[in-house]
Write a protein of this length. Structure first.
Length: 209
């Protein structure tokens, strides 16, 4: 098993898309899907912001430069592949700090609408992760709308910095079952088609609105 920083982020984007699609088809039982989508979109965005930081310089991903340098030195000494192998408790920056560093240290602007949607959903994520969440019907609808907006804005924004991101999201979570080995269907093509079909459906709904 191997997940790069980008692989991990793309997998969570795909999970967000799947949860949103299922929510569109449900008349009841949305709660756990909303929760899943909130957690996955936050995870995806934070990792993608870190990925952009890392593309400039890896040390920008870590909270403390001195701790990073010590860990990096030890990693080289021990001939390890990852800083976390020698310093498992080293801390990386969070969502807000990652955006701040991108804008102030890397001159990479993050669109206000994306920041606004992510900040809103990040607060909901914190409620879920650290205690509990209780949404009225009106608030649940707002969260749902923000999830769709945030997902679409994320694809649009990060695609400018990461070539073929939409294709990567469409291909993520590809699985081949044992029974499929006998029929040999083009599962990868099916996954791509389903992903692009869902995007087309969303575009059509936006036009109608």
């Amino acid at each position: 098993m191997k997940f790069t920083l980008l692989d991990n982020a793309v997998d969570s984007l795909n999970a967000t898309h799947s949860s949103i699609q299922v929510m569109m088809e449900l008349t009841e039982g949305h709660d756990h899907r909303i929760k899943d989508a909130i957690l996955s979109i936050n995870h995806a965005a934070e990792l993608l912001f870190k990925y952009l930081l890392k593309s400039k310089n890896e040390y920008l991903v870590f909270k403390d430069l001195t701790s990073y340098m010590k860990a990096k030195e030890e990693m080289i000494k021990q001939k390890k592949n990852s800083i976390f192998e020698v310093s498992p408790n080293i801390q990386t920056v969070g969502f807000s700090e990652a955006i701040r560093r991108l804008e102030l240290l890397c001159d990479i602007e993050v669109p206000p609408k994306l920041k606004e949607a992510m900040t809103y959903l990040n607060k909901k994520r914190n409620e879920i992760m650290h205690y509990e969440i209780n949404l009225s019907m009106e608030e649940a609808v707002k969260v749902y709308i923000q999830l769709i907006n945030c997902y679409e804005l994320s694809i649009e924004y990060f695609s400018k910095h990461i070539p073929n991101l939409a294709d990567m999201v469409g291909e993520a979570r590809f699985e081949l079952h044992n029974d499929d080995l006998f029929d040999e269907p083009d599962v990868e093509a099916m996954v791509k088609d389903a992903y692009y079909d869902s995007l087309d459906e969303r575009s059509g709904e936006n036009v109608k609105e």
